[in-house]
Design a protein around this ligand. Sequence first.
Ligand SMILES: N=c1c2ncn([C@@H]3O[C@H](COP(=O)(O)OP(=O)(O)OP(=O)(O)O)[C@@H](O)[C@H]3O)c2ncn1[C@@H]1O[C@H](COP(=O)(O)O)[C@@H](O)[C@H]1O
Length: 119
Amino acid sequence: MSGNDSLARLAAVIESRKPANGGDPAASYVARLFDKGTDAILKKVGEEATETVMAGKDGDARKIVYEVADLWFHSMIALSHFGLSPADVIRELERREGLSGLEEFALRKSQQRDGESKA
Ligand SMILES: N=c1c2ncn([C@@H]3O[C@H](COP(=O)(O)OP(=O)(O)OP(=O)(O)O)[C@@H](O)[C@H]3O)c2ncn1[C@@H]1O[C@H](COP(=O)(O)O)[C@@H](O)[C@H]1O
């Protein structure tokens, strides 16, 4: 079983918790978060990112995995809220495959300079 399969299965469960798909805030954590709306969803992403940083500072491998799982889970709820899916993120990572971050940075800077000189 690949990680992509688990992410796709979780994404389908998250999708099923949307109000339009009959998600019940009384019975589901995900449905409750969708019901609370954008600010609540983004707040959870921020909290879990902070908790990931704290776990990293502690250097505790078990805690890091636990907090990153929370962060991925809440990021997936945010993606779904905005009509996106893990497949969109995976496509973007695949697009970047083999392109060094330093090369990409240099390319972006030169495109910005070109844009500025044309303006
Ligand atoms: N992977 C998760 C998952 N990870 C974390 N959580 C919940 O996310 C909530 C927020 O976590 P926090 O650590 O912030 O804890 P908290 O309860 O807010 O408390 P504080 O720390 O803020 O005081 C907790 O209630 C966790 O149980 C999750 N809830 C659900 N899932 C998956 O989503 C599926 C659907 O869940 P329901 O919509 O609830 O059926 C489940 O079958 C799981 O596969």
